[in-house]
Ligand binder design. Structure first.
Ligand code: FAD
Length: 464
């Protein structure tokens, strides 16, 4: 299904007062994820436009997945049974200037939320590379931007409202429900249907973005900490060729104490003289403004602009979180694979993320550096390469991004997510029969948990 058809279907859903089985069955085209590399297991897509509609839909269905904006590259959002979309529940519920919070309905995207916040004089602490994604879907997979002092986007969540498998309403907050809250925010869609999120906000701020070209790899070896801490958000883009980082993207806040001194040279890299795309050969038209032009936070933190197809378009993505102290070793380990990696790569991005307390976050109690791969859309080749990269990164206990492609084994995942048993227990509380489980969750989270969900008749059918 192309994007236009998808929008048509949602438009049809909006016409329905409560919820409606959508036109999937009327259309020959299948429902796909954003990248088009995954055809979902069902076209049965229901849209809920109210909390009551969500609750009755959840009660009625024995199996159900919430579909956000379909930006995951793996089958974490997939279902063989039915989907629920909250896309029409996309408004702001309350802005609390005194508490510095905003509460939104879970269908809202960052692209919708950010201009609203800015107009009211507020901002979020960080954003991902693109604003097109739903806030609930992004927070459910620990989506992140860059900045060594910035936690991932889920760390802005201070409370959430969720419909459990029984159709009950649960509200969890950072202030009142420490454990369950920390388990539920990066919930991987496994605990319930998030209907509202409360996010921390701060006074709005302006930013400038600078790009430098050709940073020598030796500078990364010798000055990685200084480079990463040079500005509010720093991203390194490389094709792993010629012992260099192709582009360094620096996002600097305007406040005096945080402003980046944009000298013509930066650790051997040279300041660009025009806007660039992370893949230098591509037009920078869909990229956010660079060259130090000041602008609002939400038009500088993402790399890609709202209203344009982000990134390269036809692509696959993988990403690994490496504990910060191993950053340079890990980068050099991947660099040694350059001859295997480069033929299939569009671009790599390296970012830094602060530690957090969220159980299933790859940055749980651990500041990280991420090594991301935007691949050419050739899954047979990429699927052979991922185990090679994962083997090199295994000594650093690298954790894969929940929403991107990986081949890390469930056993390894269990070993590197020490809170996984508690997460499984929490999910039993809110979803005892596995209503929100799917093949991804059964394989990567629930399969290894002895005794859990053993009563479920259909679990054995999932491929292992
Ligand atoms: C071009 C591109 C650029 C990207 N850039 C970045 C980046 O910079 N940084 C980064 O970390 N990631 C990035 N990603 C990955 C992306 O942000 C995540 O995969 C994110 O989860 C996508 O959100 P979504 O709403 O599209 O999720 P979906 O794929 O629709 O769903 C993801 C998960 O969230 C669950 N979910 C969604 N809504 C709800 C809800 N209301 N209640 C309960 N569960 C819910 C789903 O069931 C599923 O398990 C990028 C992806 C693309 C395609």
């Amino acid at each position: 299904m192309n994007k236009r058809a998808f929008i048509r279907i949602f438009a049809a859903a909006m016409a329905s007062p409560v919820f409606s089985p959508l036109l999937g069955r009327a259309s020959a085209a299948k429902l796909e994820n954003w990248a088009g590399n995954l055809e979902y297991g069902t076209d049965e897509l229901f849209s809920a436009s109210s909390l009551d509609a969500v609750r009755s839909r959840v009660r009625e269905q024995s199996k159900l997945k919430v579909l956000g904006t379909r930006h995951c590259f793996n089958n974490i959002a997939d279902s063989k049974n039915s989907f629920l979309s909250l896309k029409t529940m996309d408004d702001v519920v309350a802005l609390d200037p005194a508490a510095h919070t905003v509460t939104i309905h879970a269908g809202m995207t960052y692209g919708q939320l950010c201009p609203y916040l800015d107009a009211k004089g507020f901002a979020l602490h960080n954003l991902a590379s693109l604003p097109h994604i739903s806030v609930a879907g992004a927070c459910s997979t620990a989506t992140h931007g860059s900045g060594e002092k910035n936690g991932n986007l889920s760390t802005a969540v201070s409370a959430l409202e969720m419909v459990t498998a029984a159709g009950d309403l649960v509200i969890l907050s950072r202030a009142k429900d420490a454990d369950a809250f920390h388990g539920a925010v990066v919930g991987l869609g496994a605990l319930g249907v998030i209907t509202k999120l409360t996010l921390d906000i701060q006074p709005t701020y302006k930013m400038r973005q600078y790009v430098y070209e050709n940073l020598p790899l030796s500078a990364v070896k010798d000055h990685f900490d200084a480079i990463e801490s040079s500005a509010y958000s720093v991203s390194l883009f490389t094709d792993w060729q010629k012992q260099r980082i192709n582009e360094v993207w620096i996002k600097s806040r305007e406040e005096k104490e945080q402003a980046f001194d944009a000298t013509p040279e930066f650790y051997g890299a040279t300041r660009a003289t025009k806007n660039l795309h992370p893949i230098a050969e591509l037009s920078a038209e869909n990229c956010t403004e660079q060259m130090g032009v000041p602008g609002p936070w939400y038009e500088r933190l993402p790399h890609f602009r709202m209203g344009f197809t982000p990134s390269a378009g036809k692509e696959l993505q993988s990403e690994y979180f490496v504990p910060r102290q191993h950053a340079v070793e890990a980068i050099l380990a991947v660099e040694r694979l350059r001859d295997q990696v480069s033929p299939h790569l569009l671009i790599t991005e390296i970012r830094a993320i602060a530690a957090d307390q969220l159980w299933m976050s790859p940055c749980f109690e651990q500041p990280c550096v991420t090594i991301h791969f935007t691949w050419k859309p050739d899954w047979p080749a990429v699927s052979k390469l991922l185990p090679v990269i994962e083997k090199e990164l295994a000594p650093f206990h690298a954790r894969p991004h929940w929403g991107k492609l990986f081949t890390t084994s469930p056993t390894e995942l269990k070993a590197i997510y020490k809170k996984m048993p508690e997460f499984v227990e929490l999910s039993k509380k809110y979803d005892p029969q596995g209503k929100f489980h799917n093949e991804f969750l059964n394989k990567n989270i629930f399969r290894n948990q002895r005794g859990v969900f053993r009563k479920l008749g259909d679990e054995s059918k999932f491929p292992v």
